[in-house]
Design a protein around this ligand. Structure first.
Ligand SMILES: [Zn+2]
Length: 124
């Protein structure tokens, strides 16, 4: 039997004690987390007694880093789309719906950046 390093031992112990790892909807819970659901939202959705288990699971499985990378990709895509619109602003006819769409994009970028900032802070 190969020797198990400290990370392997830690993950094995985590798996033995973690309610999320052993939950039948583990993959769905992880997907919800990676899609941006907060641990408190997941706690409410799957009726967990505490959101802390979700934090422990996410840290043990490296989900915060994966989620932050995914959010950064979404921010980059949104900025690229907004940039293409901005490049055409001088030749485009500005309507009320254009202005509202631009405001929505800016609000989305701000929300994504805030989530990213909070996720980065929780990694510290
Ligand atoms: Zn777990």
């Amino acid at each position: 039997m190969p020797r198990m390093g400290w990370r392997g031992k830690r993950l094995t112990r985590h798996f033995q004690q973690c309610r999320i790892c052993r939950h039948e909807a583990c993959a769905q819970i992880e997907r919800a987390f990676l899609d941006g659901a907060s641990p408190r939202e997941i706690e409410a959705e799957w009726k967990f007694a505490s959101y802390r288990a979700i934090y422990r699971h996410a840290h043990a499985r490296g989900l915060f880093l994966t989620r932050a990378e995914k959010l950064r990709g979404r921010i980059a895509n949104t900025v690229a789309a907004a940039t293409r619109i901005i490049e055409k602003v001088d030749s485009a006819r500005v309507t009320g719906s254009n202005v509202l769409a631009a405001v929505r994009i800016v609000m989305k970028i701000n929300a994504l950046e805030e989530k990213d900032r909070l996720a980065a802070r929780s990694q510290m």
